[in-house]
Design a protein around this ligand. Sequence first.
Ligand code: S3P
Length: 169
Amino acid sequence: MKSRIFLIGFMGSGKTTLGKRLARRMGYTFADMDQEIEDTSGMTIPGIFREHGEEVFRKWERDILLELCKREKLIIATGGGAPCHSDLMDLMTACGLTVYLELPPEILKDRLLHARVERPLIKGKNEEELLDYIQITLEKREVYYRRAELIVEGVSPSLDALVAALKSF
Ligand code: S3P
């Protein structure tokens, strides 16, 4: 089994929820990239976007990833945009196993409409604008997401099947 497993996928794809369950099952530690960035910077994600802008956030994402790659037995929920910026997909592939949680845009939209977490990239969008944004952004991002070594049906993934698949790497 690889020592670091990176869950990648669009906002709302369930990386954090699945990551926590997987970590519990496998005896790994769970880490959430956004949470690590917030803890390190002492700022919230919306605050970072507001005060410093997306470019700085993307740089901090990379810094955190390099730190996470030094730790062992980790399940990591990545930020939805992380694999699509700079060389992060290469870094993740080099230091662990990448797993893409694949969900259709309609389902992502429904989940994001009802989410409590504030996400700066989609803040203030109505249902129609949100679906448009997801469709357009997902199409661009899938080029990166699809480089994952494992692609998982993300709507209701089976924990047992996933653990078995992870063991084969
Ligand atoms: C982002 C996704 C967010 C967070 C930031 C940017 C993105 O994480 O990193 O708001 O670019 O898709 P989640 O995927 O956990 O929502």
